[in-house]
Design a protein around this ligand. Structure first.
Ligand SMILES: Nc1ncnc2c1ncn2[C@@H]1O[C@H](COP(=O)(O)OP(=O)(O)O)[C@@H](O)[C@H]1O
Ligand SMILES: [Mg+2]
Length: 276
């Protein structure tokens, strides 16, 4: 039904904060851009180490400007030297789920319009399982969950998958294990799989692991991305995870990407009318 040109929309979530979600999202955006994809990274996180900080960007406006007709969404988007665009955090998008249905509709209509300019839209969501996270993850075509071997990260990733599957009917998850080697990555994935297989009706798709490396902290501190000059193993593993995600077939059951945003907000509006 959807045109093949509709952007692929992938949310990146984790349950627990500090696992490397933003690091992964930003570098995946750069990787896809290098391959010629037109990429928009939406920062839907208000966290401290957010996309703006990692890339040294400054938001040029916010959703209030948009809602008051003082700006269009294009005005809020920042082009980066890495070849992809960013809708920075601090723009009010994080508040989307707290806005009135009318205001939501304005923003979502705008998002849907600009979506046609892109092949891939990555959404860096906040930590936790708040309404905002659930909204973006369930409105996306693909839901990527990042975790580390840390037991609390595993528990929080499980909680996120549980809520998304039971409350939002998300059944398919891509999984990447960050800050660890191949074997611990496998072990961590199998641990997660053993509980989801037992208690939930979901399908987990393991993309692979990204090693813990001092270059990551250094790169973040210097507001640069991982590139070919970095440790070969780190670069290769990151590329493997990103390529595996990109090469997965489109999720037909959920494709349409931003169409989902539109449908969701329309449903919300109808509910609001019905409840009035
Ligand atoms: N593969 C890695 N190797 C080493 N350190 C990492 C790695 N991934 C993330 N980190 C560290 O974790 C910190 C948090 O990463 P960040 O992407 O901001 O997490 P999140 O977005 O999940 O809160 C980074 O500042 C970095 O120091
Ligand atoms: Mg983050």
């Amino acid at each position: 039904m959807m045109a093949a040109s509709s952007p692929r929309v992938m949310s990146v979530s984790s349950g627990k904060g500090g696992v490397g979600k933003t690091f992964v999202t930003v570098n995946m955006a750069a990787h896809a851009a290098r391959q010629g994809q037109r990429v928009l990274l939406i920062d839907a996180d208000l966290g401290l180490a957010n996309v703006d900080v990692m890339l040294g960007l400054h938001a040029s406006g916010n959703m209030q400007d948009l809602l008051h007709g003082k700006a269009i969404l294009e005005d809020l988007i920042v082009s980066t030297e890495h070849g992809f665009d960013v809708l920075p955090g601090g723009n009010g998008l994080y508040e989307l789920t707290n806005l009135s249905p009318d205001d939501q509709q304005v923003i979502l209509d705008n998002l849907r319009d600009i979506g046609h300019n892109y092949d891939l839209i990555l959404i860096d969501t906040a930590a936790g399982i708040g309404e905002n996270v659930l909204y973006f993850a369930s409105a996306s075509e693909d839901a990527l969950v990042v975790l580390t071997p840390d037991p609390t990260s595993l528990t929080d990733a499980y909680a996120l998958i549980k809520v998304l599957s039971q409350q939002r009917d998300v059944r398919r998850f891509m999984v990447a294990v960050n800050q660890t080697g191949d074997i611990d990555g496998q072990i961590t994935f199998r641990r997660l799989l053993s509980v989801t297989d037992r208690y939930l009706d979901v399908y987990l798709d393991y993309l692979g692991n990204i090693p813990r490396h001092t270059a990551v902290r250094q790169a973040i501190q210097n507001q640069r991305l991982i590139d070919a000059s970095d440790d070969g193993r780190l670069v290769a593993q990151m590329q493997h995870v990103f390529d595996t995600a990109m090469n997965r077939p489109r999720n037909d059951a959920r494709s349409g990407g931003l169409q989902f945003f539109w449908e969701h907000s329309l449903t919300a509006s109808l509910n609001a009318v019905a409840g009035a």
